[in-house]
Ligand binder design. Sequence first.
Ligand SMILES: [Zn+2]
Length: 92
Amino acid sequence: MSAPPDHHAAPVLRVAHADLAPYHDQRWARVCPTCREGLLLARRDLTLLILAEDLCTRCGQRVCYTDVARLREADGPGPEPDGIESGDFELP
Ligand SMILES: [Zn+2]
């Protein structure tokens, strides 16, 4: 396997967490949209708040989640959301 690409110096990518491919059954981990092999693990600050900025574990691509408010809401204290928002799906 060749050395991973290095995207540490690449511009921050603005993406919606919801648009990224989930990694197996991980709740927050997403596959890096740049190298498609590394992971974005949804980092947290000292108060466990999910950070808007994240970093690929493999290529170092930085991303900024445009929907971080929604992540924090889904992650935060309080009841789990029990419904799926309508409009997210299209039936075949
Ligand atoms: Zn990557």
